[in-house]
Write a protein of this length. Sequence first.
Length: 375
Amino acid sequence: MKVVRLAFLPVKLILKHPFATSHGATTTRWVTIIEVVDQTGYRGYGELEAFDEPTYLPESQITARWVIQSQIVPRLQTADLKCPQDFVELMADLQGNQTAKAAVEMAIWDLFAQHQQMSLAQYLGQFMSLKPQNKIAVGISLGAQADLKVQQQIITRALAKGYQRIKLKLRNSQELSQAAELIRQFPQANFMLDANSCLSFQQLTQLQNLAELPNLLLLEQPFEPTDLVSHAQLQQHLKLDLCLDENIFSLADVKTAVALGSCRAINLKASRVGGFTTALRIVNYCLQQQLKIWCGGMLEGGIGRAASLALASLPVFNYPSDLSASDRYYQADLINEDFILENGQIKVPTQLGLGVSLKPIYLKKIKQQPNLICR
Ligand code: OSB
Ligand code: MG
């Protein structure tokens, strides 16, 4: 496959409700839509998931677009790809910049799946010799709330809608006691806690107490994204499973985490690890090592969420995915389709490739964008 056109379109999405984490409150989020066309005229789409600012990930929308334009495009210019994995080979000497690589790789997987007359879920499944599920169990990740009562109501509503698991975000260590109280108040519901790096060893006793709560599944990313050693020390003293998110950018990172004993679970986001090729390798490794693994999210637009649904459809994950229904994210999304929550599950697209279509306005705009490839 020869890519003859690559274009991109930045789009600003507006969240229905602010999403508060230890990095601040997100009210709007840029994503960049990637369009690739091959020599047969097939079109594939990808979504760049770096955030506006390099706080959760080291990249930003602007740095990642620069990497795509000045580093990825020149490597793709003369290539003839036999399979999506060839793209990863082609980028092998390009360090880091996982979301930039993942955005283009997503569009290339979309193209290959279409050529195979398969949905992306089926196509990913084929590489794993697994049959994808047609719907997936989902949970919801709730932004932090100062007011306990308000958060109680939000949890009640999320459970009434059918979400199979609640993830509470922490902004700081003081919010641990509020989270513990909420988890106690809903003994019938399963919870995860995501600290996005805001904790330290000073909270060790509190965390050991939390570990006694039977409906708390895991604690995600308590410490800094570079500190696998401290995570290993904490895990040694904790019955509760630690789950790593922003620590994991590659299969090598997972291997290091296993060797050190830094966690017992991985939050997998294809975009954070450079795309599906690496994501599948990580899945295989976690299965071998009996490390728990589940699919996370990062407030993706519709293209990115369709891609995440395809990955989450593989019958290998230990917990419901962080993939909410379309109605909870954006005032206006990128795609025509809506992902709807039914019995705590979301249907995986069955059409060819990503199986979703850009809204006419974005389709028209991206077609007007300059082609970065010149063959
Ligand atoms: O840490 O898992 C995270 C969103 C943006 C960035 C990081 C994270 C998250 C979420 C929300 O927790 C998951 C989602 O619903 O997309
Ligand atoms: Mg997280």
